[in-house]
Design a protein around this ligand. Structure first.
Ligand SMILES: Cc1ncc(COP(=O)(O)O)c(C=O)c1O
Length: 451
């Protein structure tokens, strides 16, 4: 449809209803909304941002890591010309640092896979899109996710028109029995659960961790019911609390596609992630090949290859720390754990003798990661978030953003990764006052949000 421009040719107006339906889904607006509200209230304490810590010392180390990686290649016989190609040319679609990532996975995570089963991606986000595009063939193929679930996977599925079925997470993460029941229910509807997306450690958004015995049980259900597990665990190496093995390290039947990210262990601006897809694919000719090769075909039509400089920076970091990223992140892990602990302690204090005393408010107690869940006695929606920001100077994320369909209206996600200890203490005081004020609030029409 066209209309007249101010001066000159008519402007083109596209109807939103003619664009892909995902663009009218509030899911795709959530990040914008949170960013806008944060920009409008720059002095608010933000428990909304899940950004990792970065510091200026890292500028020098990134440069020296790139140099270190080039030296590593030179020691293995690469010429100046080869190095020039590595940095400046189009690179192999599956990435040029697969060997280093495979070594690191073996040493640090107990995941033994061949470099050929790895595809280096533009963040974990691209790995999700590639995995979904590859594995979901018909409109009866369903993705199972934990409820609540990370927006990135829900959004990717929405873009690709992949139906999603949510399985409610219990206090101890997703249970194998609940997943099996969901698989059966889907099959009864004539649909095929192809994969289960899972964040087993310090999940975003809930902060929950799947216990060891549930990990084994989930692998067992995947085996019996014939679906894959998409394991995504970006927070496991940035906490000093004890770690459980990744499902991929326990994956004898090759049921797990591992989706990796260096956003929290290195820095998110690098946009480096990867997928491990060591499953075999059988072709019509009877020949077999790795699923990673199919992922690579998909990637070749999305981003061609992952930026070479970023790959060099991450490989250099892995080599520099002798493939021990958790050790390299020990200081940051301690800071993350400390701030998370402060927020939990301050909430306890507010409940004992502060603004939360006597209120029906509860929270979980993750031992690491960036997030925790707080259950509140009122509807924690966008309007409530506006009031929190405007009247109390504190930001959080409505849990309903992460729910599939309904639910989560009386629950919020707090992210503790990007506040200093002092701001965290101040933030909890503000949050507690806000919660008390909301709990007290006589239902009335809300004023329109500020513009
Ligand atoms: C569970 C989860 N997966 C993946 C990502 C993003 O990874 P990347 O920045 O590598 O795309 C995040 C970031 O917040 C996350 O919370």
């Amino acid at each position: 449809v066209s209309g007249p421009g101010v001066d000159g040719p008519p402007e083109t107006h596209l109807k939103i209803s003619d664009l892909h339906a995902s663009l009218s889904d509030p899911l795709l607006d959530m990040m914008n909304f949170l960013n806008e509200i944060a920009e409008r209230h720059p002095d608010a304490v933000s428990f909304a941002s899940g950004r990792p810590l970065v510091d200026s010392l890292e500028i020098e180390s990134v440069l020296s890591n790139i140099r270190g990686y080039l030296e590593h290649l030179a020691q293995r016989g690469a010429s100046q010309e080869d190095l020039c190609d590595v940095l400046f040319q189009y690179g192999p679609t599956a990435g040029h640092i697969r060997e280093v990532i495979a070594d690191w996975l073996r040493v640090e995570e107990g995941i033994a896979v061949a470099p050929e089963s790895i595809v280096v991606t533009v963040g974990c986000q691209e790995a999700m899109v590639i995995a979904l595009r590859t594995l979901f063939a018909t409109d009866r193929d369903v993705l199972l996710v934990a409820d609540p679930c990370y927006i990135g996977i829900a959004g990717a599925a929405r873009l690709l028109d992949i139906p999603v079925t949510a399985v409610a997470e219990g206090d101890r993460g997703l249970s194998a029995a609940d997943v099996e029941a969901a698989v059966e229910a889907e099959r009864a509807r004539g649909r095929t659960p192809r994969a289960l997306y899972l964040v087993p450690d310090f999940a975003n958004p809930s902060g929950r961790t799947v216990p060891a015995e549930q990990r084994a049980a989930l692998l067992d259900v995947a085996e019996r019911c014939g679906f894959l597990i998409l394991e995504d665990s970006p927070y496991r190496l940035v906490s000093s609390s004890p770690r459980l093995p990744p499902l991929k390290a326990m994956d004898h039947g090759r049921r797990v596609v591992y989706l990796g990210s260096f956003a929290k262990t290195a820095f998110p601006g690098a946009r480096i992630g990867f997928a491990v897809a060591d499953q075999q694919v059988r072709y019509a000719t009877g020949r077999t090949g790795l699923l990673a090769a199919e992922f690579t075909k998909v990637k070749s039509m999305i981003t061609v290859n992952t930026p070479t400089l970023s790959q060099a920076a991450i490989a250099g970091l892995l080599l520099e720390c002798d493939l021990k990223l958790a050790e390299a992140n020990a200081d940051k892990a301690q800071r993350y754990d400390q701030t998370l602990g402060i927020v939990i302690d301050e909430l306890d204090r507010e409940a004992e003798a502060g603004s939360l005393a006597g209120l029906d408010v509860s929270w979980n107690r993750p031992e690491g990661g960036f997030f925790l869940t707080v259950n509140v006695p009122f509807t924690a929606d966008d309007a409530a978030l506006h009031r929190a920001a405007r009247d109390f100077g504190v930001l959080w994320t409505p849990m309903s953003y992460f729910r599939h369909g309904v639910g989560g209206e009386r629950s919020i996600r707090l992210s503790t990764s990007h506040v200093t200890p002092d701001r965290a203490r101040e933030g909890v005081v503000r949050l507690a006052r806000f919660i008390a004020a909301e709990a007290d609030r006589v239902p009335r029409a809300d004023p329109p949000p500020e513009t």
